[in-house]
Structures are given as C-alpha cells and as structure tokens.
Design a protein around this ligand. Structure first.
Ligand code: KG4
Ligand code: ZN
Length: 349
C-alpha cells in the first residue's frame, strides 16, 4: 500500500509517501519559520496562504523522488487536527479532492498520534506497549500506549507546553525564531548551575506538569540582570538558557521515571519537537539505563512536524480498514487519548 501523507497543521508543509512493505519512499518539508520570524510567532492567516502556495509543488517533488504518478497511490492521509483551522483545511481539502478524483481512500490523522508513532519510521523501533512522552509546541503529555489507537493519558501540562515555554523564554531573550532550537544552542555555552531554577511540580506526587512558572522565573532574572542599555551580557543570557533547559529537562526526566514506575513498562518513547533536544535525549538515556529501561526516539527531522509521520500513521489505520467519508475533517483541538483503535468504516460514512 502506497500512502501519501499531508501535514499542514501549523507552519510546516510536509508531504511524504510511505510504502507499507518498503518503508518511506519520499519525504519533503517546507518550513515557513523565516516568514513568521518577523512577527515572533506563527501568524495563522499567513500560514494558511503559504500552505496553499507550497502544497502542490511539494506533492510533485515527492512523486518525482519516488518515481511515481498520482495514479500509483493507494490512499491519502492528512492531518485533521489538532492545529490551526485554516492551515488544517488546506491539507484536508486537497487530500479529499485528490482522493475523490483518484477514487482512493482518504483518512484524517491525529497530529499527535503521528508524532507518537514517528519512532516507528526508524530501523530500531519500539514495540507496544510503551510509555510515550509527547512534547511539542502545543502539548506536554505522558501517555500509556497499548497499541495503535489505544492510548491512556497519564498526565499533562496544566498550563504552557514544554515547547511553548522554550519559545516564550527564547523570545524574552531576543533569540532567533523558532526559540526552542535557538535556546538549546545558546545553552551549550552557559552554566546551568549559576541560577537556581525550580523543577516545577516534582515535589508532589502525580504525572502532571506546569511550565509557566519557569517562564516567570526567567523573566525576573532577565529584568534583574539587564544593563543600563537594557541588554543582557552574552554570558548571562547563555547561563539563563542553560539553567532553563536543565530545569525543563530534569522535570521531564523525573516525570518519565515516575510514569515508567507507575506502569511497570520498560520502554519509553519521546516524540514531538522538544524530543529533538539533545540534552533531554542524553539525560533520559542515562536515567532509564539505571532502571534497565530503554528510550526510543526518531531522528530530529521526524521529531518536529513532518509528512512522514502522517503517512505512516495513516497507512497503519488504512491497512486496518479505517476510512473517512469525503468530508474535510479539521479539528483545532483533538486530544490523542480520545482516539480509538481502527474499527473499519466510521459510523457516519
Ligand atoms: O512538534 P513540533 O514541530 O510542532 C508542534 O506540533 O507543536 O514542535 C515544535 C516545538 C517548538 O516549541 C520548538 O521550539 C520545539 O518544538 N523544539 C525544541 C527543539 N527543537 C524544536 N525545543 C527544545 N530543543 C530543541 N532542540
Ligand atoms: Zn507537531
């Protein structure tokens, strides 16, 4: 089965083709980051318009990369949420029209399920069941994963997502957009112990998170260390980055260990943009080894938004017989724990 995946939930247009036996055949991504950088964050209307501009050229590219014609496709999967409504509609409308024209099945896929399954695109892949830490710009969730579509929420952020906290702190420090990778780069030059960042909600039981306090802690440090010209010296900026990153990473590691203990599972998957963070990977690997547990993650380009994860997730569900009708599904909010295993035709089709 050859499935085209279409990702347009936010500021990346991602298109890929996944073959159920041969694996990933082609993968292309266009990031709008440079366009949104001017505004310091994603401008939804600009994002939708840019997806319209980029989606067809990218589809042509993946077809050419994999030496295929549109008529060789057996199905199309698109991100139907969560995400920006206009951006989602672009991918959904194109997927549904193409599916109708080609007479092939089309399926809307949950973006976070795509992230969660992205490590399956790698050679060394986890087996069900496992615990997943989903850490992106909009979500921080710990999920117990029993199989495809069988997800139980163990804990989540009560306020900012981890990626959002990275982005907001980076913005306060006038770092490049998108903030997460820029802050992580700066942190390499910093002393993580200079400032005493808290590890929020680790002193009480449970698997929920809260990251908005870290943002406020950074804000106060920045205000305190500003020089007369209003700027921070570079070392102080790097030290704040290092201290902030270490606090987020430690907090995530502590909760992951708790989740492993709580579920008695020995496999952890980390997925979503923040899973690209080297310090998080390094500290989790070390901490889990002591517990004789293993951590799995995808290569960095498959941690952040991409079409390959949508093609993969869609392929698994289409193989299991799940189908949409031709309605364009677009759900701005759609929690991964409300999904179900594939059941074939949806009741309303
Ligand atoms: O999964 P993703 O690409 O988009 C969403 O679904 O939200 O995640 C984007 C988030 C952003 O907040 C970005 O700053 C963060 O992931 N991110 C990172 C790193 N790379 C991306 N955060 C920390 N360290 C990184 N290396
Ligand atoms: Zn994402």
């Amino acid at each position: 089965m050859r499935i085209m995946g279409i990702e347009t939930s936010c500021d990346e247009t991602g298109i890929a083709i996944y073959h159920s036996e041969k694996g990933l055949l082609a993968n292309r991504l266009y990031s709008q980051a440079a366009m949104h950088a001017e505004y310091g964050g994603v401008v939804p209307e600009l994002a939708s318009r840019d997806h319209v501009r980029k989606i067809l050229p990218l589809i042509k590219m993946v077809l050419s990369d994999s030496d295929m014609e549109l008529s060789d496709l057996d199905g199309i999967a698109y991100t139907s949420g969560p995400g920006l409504i206009g951006a989602l509609m672009v991918g959904g409308a194109l997927a549904s029209s193409l599916g109708y024209a080609l007479g092939i099945p089309v399926l809307g896929v949950n973006h976070m399920e795509g992230h969660l399954l992205a490590p399956m695109l790698e050679k060394t892949r986890p087996e069900f069941p496992f615990v997943a830490l989903l850490v992106s710009g909009g979500h921080t969730q710990l999920v117990s994963v029993n199989g495809l579509g069988d997800y139980q929420l163990l804990g989540e952020s009560l306020d900012d997502a981890a990626g959002e906290a990275f982005d907001k702190t980076a913005k306060m420090l006038d770092l490049d957009y998108p903030g997460g990778p820029a802050l992580a780069k700066f942190a390499e030059e910093g002393d993580a112990d200079r400032f005493n960042f808290p590890r929020p909600m680790t002193d009480r039981p449970g698997l929920n998170f809260s990251f908005s306090g870290l943002k406020t802690f950074s804000r106060n440090l920045i205000d305190k260390h500003r020089r007369k010209n209003g700027l921070l010296d570079l070392q102080t900026c790097a030290d704040i980055c290092a201290g902030f990153q270490e606090a987020v990473v430690d907090t995530l590691v502590i909760k992951c260990l708790r989740a492993i203990e709580f579920t008695s599972l020995k496999v952890l998957v980390i997925a979503g943009g923040v899973a690209a963070n080297e310090r998080l990977r390094e500290k989790l690997e070390y901490a889990l080894k002591i517990q004789e547990a293993h951590v799995f993650y995808a290569r960095q380009e498959f941690c952040t938004d991409n079409g390959a994860m949508i093609a993969y997730a869609g392929c698994q569900r289409l193989l299991a017989g799940e189908r949409n009708n031709l309605a364009v599904d677009a759900f701005p909010r759609w929690s991964v724990d409300t999904l179900a295993p594939p059941l074939g035709e949806k009741p309303w089709t």
